[in-house]
Design a protein around this ligand. Structure first.
Ligand code: ARG
Length: 556
């Protein structure tokens, strides 16, 4: 917020463009300006001369002494320290605004995440889509946007054909199709299909007939979907992940004919090796982008087809400004093809964004496995995390289910969202369930501790102009940075900016109260000021944790 404020001021007051940023030497100054080096080349002067000019001009701005305590040039860099009274002024503004002075934006955004596949158990890969997508959705909404979340189920692919094949060959009656049966049938069939080409062909035939409208196959598909979706909803509920729409690949089918007609009219489809494809390569491509297959030679439609039809549908229904997809990074080629085809066909004006994420690995650096050595279902992973947390401390067993669930969520989400999305990361339950270090439980524990101090003291909504010591100043300065940290997360669709910010804020708060004992304080004014500052801190921590899907338990 201070950087924005200073940048606005300098834009008005200076004839050269500069950018005030957070200092990377907080021991020397609060903020810095590094532009002198760039300007030196443009203006054919030395950086030192330019920096001095800028500093002189800043010093001459009216009433600048109210804002800037000290400004100086060090080796061509401009170092700025702001006044305590200015920090406090910003702090009051932040405290009095329910969005901490984050500027609103009003766009219409569709966000597509979760993407579970019906009839297959949810696995760890889908965990990331759910957690990251939910967080980005909350961040978009917090900023003021109109956001529609769509789970986009995978419910019309080969896995359904395989399970229908199993149902028929096992002679299962409708009422014998249960979740347990699906959990057993799908992996069995997928194993068989890898080995037996003939059976695989038969399953593909079933899938194709189903997609073409065969009533019996569609009836079975509906039964499978109902059972599987109920299970999926239960897991999402435990993760506090929710959607406005439960659209799917299947629901996109009704738009394919219309879309195909349009593509033909525009002359975008051509036949290649029997399939209908759209060219999407561009001259500037550094690697080959193959054409998108719209229809296979046997007449079947593919993943790209349903995704294009879904864009077509979303444009007609919502006219979104942005459509954002959260999937494994390995799908980036798919989305490049779908986005390019859609833009080429002119079926949407939205900005299409794909946010790809990396793999969750175990402590051995290989894809995460349970103790039993299996690639874990999401359910197993949640249960195992819970067991390990409970085993850490005698008291943990006595916690309520609700509190335990909040902690399991915090462990998993904080571990995930602190990473740059595209990176793989190592999920080490033991490490991430500690109440120290960069973990969810540490954040929850910090909030509870601060809340306890606030609950035992009364204070009013007034802040004086004084800052009492260094840790106090560091905490206040950190608070004033909330809006720019949030905006970085928002603009980059990257919750890790919020995680980093609140982790730093929690550390500053812990430093603060280790040195500044509030309980026995006689100085009433000082006490009130400090409680005020801690109160803003708790509010920010609580609200930002909510944006990454973390709630505070009743005790720890
Ligand atoms: N079901 C897909 C998968 O498991 C993810 C779907 C993502 N969304 C989309 N519109 N393609 O990989």
């Amino acid at each position: 917020m201070i950087t924005n404020w200073l940048n606005e001021l300098l834009k008005k007051e200076l004839d050269v463009k500069v950018n005030v940023i957070q200092s990377n030497r907080p021991d020397l100054c609060d903020f810095q300006i590094d532009e002198a080096f760039k300007l030196a080349k443009e203006l054919h002067k030395s950086p030192f001369e330019i920096a001095n000019d800028i500093v002189e001009k800043i010093k001459n701005i009216n009433n600048i002494n109210d804002v800037i305590e000290n400004i100086e040039v060090v080796n061509g860099f401009i170092n700025i320290t702001v006044t305590n009274s200015f920090i406090n002024k910003m702090l009051v503004m932040i405290n009095n605004d329910d969005k901490y002075c984050i500027k609103p934006e009003k766009k219409k955004v569709v966000i597509d995440y979760g993407g579970p596949n019906v009839a297959k158990p949810l696995h760890v890969g889908h965990l990331r889509s759910a957690i990251i997508g939910e967080s980005i959705k909350r961040i978009l909404r917090y900023k003021g946007n109109d956001v529609i979340a769509d789970v986009h189920l995978g419910d019309y692919g080969l896995q359904i054909g395989e399970v229908i094949y199993a149902i028929q060959h096992d002679g299962k009656k409708d009422e014998e199709i249960t979740l347990e049966y699906l959990n057993e049938a799908y992996p069995r069939m997928s194993g068989i299909c890898k080995e037996n080409e003939d059976i695989k062909k038969e399953c593909e035939e079933i899938t194709k007939k189903m997609q073409d409208g065969d009533p019996e196959y569609n009836r079975l598909c509906d039964i499978i979907c109902d059972i599987s979706i109920k299970d999926i909803k239960g897991i999402y509920e435990d993760l506090s992940v929710s959607f406005d729409l439960w659209e799917s690949e299947k629901s996109a089918y009704k738009y394919i004919n219309e879309l195909e007609e349009l593509l033909n009219k525009k002359g975008l489809l051509y036949t290649s090796q029997g399939a209908e494809v759209i060219d999407v390569a561009e001259e500037t491509d550094s690697k080959e982008i193959p054409p998108m297959i719209f229809k296979k030679s046997n007449g079947a439609y593919l993943y790209g087809t349903t995704d294009m039809a879904t864009i077509y549908d979303r444009e007609n229904k919502f006219q979104p400004d942005n459509i954002i997809y959260i999937t494994d990074d390995r799908q980036s080629m798919h989305f490049t093809q779908v986005f390019r085809s859609s833009l080429k066909a002119g079926i949407t004006d939205a900005t299409l964004e794909h946010k790809g994420y990396g793999t969750v690995n175990g402590p051995d650096g290989k894809p995460f496995k349970t103790r039993a050595g299996n690639a874990p279902s999401l359910r197993d992973m949640l249960n195992e995390t819970r067991d390990i947390f409970i085993s850490k401390k005698e008291d943990n067993k006595d916690m309520s289910d609700e509190d335990l669930n909040k902690i399991v969520n915090a462990i998993i989400k904080f571990a995930d969202l602190q990473n740059n999305l595209t990176n793989d990361y190592i999920f080490d339950i033991n490490k991430f369930s500690n109440t120290a270090g960069k973990t969810g439980p540490y954040m929850q524990y910090t909030v509870l501790r601060l809340k306890k101090i606030l609950a035992s003291e009364s204070f009013d909504n007034n802040l004086t102009d004084t800052i009492y010591n260094e840790v106090d100043r560091n905490l206040r300065l950190k608070i004033t940075n909330i809006a720019s940290a949030f905006d970085k997360a928002y603009e980059n669709r990257m919750p890790s900016y919020i995680v980093d910010y609140i982790y730093d804020l929690a550390n500053e708060a812990n430093n603060f109260y280790q040195l500044n004992h509030i309980a026995g304080l006689d100085d009433k004014t000082k006490k009130n000021d400090w409680l005020y500052v801690l109160n803003v801190t708790v509010n920010i921590l609580t609200d930002m944790l909510k944006l990454i899907g973390i709630e505070i338990p009743s005790y720890m």
